[in-house]
Design a protein around this ligand. Structure first.
Ligand code: ZN
Length: 314
């Protein structure tokens, strides 16, 4: 019933900012992207070729990162237009490709059901693929508040908040609306708080909203709050679990029975017809959520097994 804990990774945090680009910077980023996209597609072609030859039982070819790195070096040696581009983002393309290919192969080996497999990396078409360039430490520098990328690309960052530490890498990308962003990876600051041994259930439910617009605004606000909660949980080493939202107001936290009809909002007390438990409505649903999250609050023993795993988390 719980989705996998989202607060386990205490390693890194991303800080994303909008940027302002001069025409020159924009043109150079687009050119870098064209070269990176070409390399990605070469990797896809190479991997397909290896697959076909492997099937034919011919010479055993490999397509690992080392092999692809070698191919890149050779390609840069032969194609001046490729060598004009910075090598850091091009090498990162190979890392990304190798990761995504390894993931696809692992899914196949693990016999994951088809719909849950990542799938082999595919060709990136010019019209469909949005620019995304990755730079490791040796490919960028921050100076006087501006981001300097390999290949003499200078980007003006709109610093909406300060970076808490030196970034270890940066991604420069364009969204579907054409806006450019930079996203820095910074080692996460972890400030674990002392364990309290206490748990808390929160219901995000928005059931009584008049219009679609109001609903959308509420959903966005909930998403923002949820992200902040998960991030704060990570920072302070708190366990945050998201549970399936259905029927939290209809189930009995004590015995697990479900009422036939949803309680109207005006009914503030939950009375279970199966076991006779009486408790404030919100307290009951908070307990139902704790049980679903795998915690067993006082008085919630004996709850029946829950429904199959949720396709969508709360
Ligand atoms: Zn009950």
């Amino acid at each position: 019933m719980t989705t996998e804990a989202t607060t386990k990774d205490t390693g890194h945090a991303r800080y994303t900012f909008r940027v302002r680009l001069s025409n020159t910077a924009r043109r150079r980023l687009e050119a870098e992207w064209d070269r990176c996209r070409w390399i990605w597609n070469e990797c896809v072609a190479k991997s397909q070729q290896v697959h076909v030859q492997g099937k034919a039982g011919g010479e055993k070819l490999t397509c690992g990162p080392a092999q692809l790195d070698k191919t890149l070096t050779e390609a840069r040696g032969m194609a001046p237009w490729l060598a004009e581009g910075a090598s850091v983002p091009q090498q990162q393309v190979i890392r990304d490709f190798a990761r995504s290919r390894a993931k696809a192969l692992k899914d196949i080996k693990d016999r994951l059901p088809q719909q849950r497999r990542a799938g082999m990396p595919r060709f990136k078409k010019k019209r469909e693929a949005r620019p995304s360039l990755n730079y490791t430490k040796r490919g960028f520098r921050l100076r006087d508040g501006r981001l300097h990328l390999a290949g003499q690309i200078v980007v003006t960052v709109v610093w909406s908040r300060p970076l808490p530490a030196d970034p270890s890498s940066v991604r420069v990308y364009q969204d579907t609306l054409g806006q450019w962003y930079v996203s820095f990876v910074v080692a996460a600051q972890s400030e674990p708080l002392a364990p309290t041994g206490r748990v808390l259930g929160v219901d995000w439910g928005v059931k009584e909203t008049a219009t679609t617009m109001a609903r959308k605004a509420a959903d966005a606000a909930i998403a923002t709050t949820k992200r902040a909660l998960v991030e704060t949980g990570r920072k302070h080493a708190r366990d945050v679990r998201l549970v399936h939202p259905a029927h939290t107001t209809m189930d009995c936290a004590k015995c697990g029975a479900r009422t036939k009809h949803a309680l109207p909002l005006s009914m503030r007390t939950y009375t279970c017809t199966a076991c006779g438990a009486v408790s404030p409505r919100d307290k009951n649903s908070a307990r139902v959520m704790l049980v679903r999250a795998g915690w067993n609050p006082d008085g919630a023993e004996g709850v029946r097994p829950l429904e199959p795993p949720a396709p969508v988390a709360a």
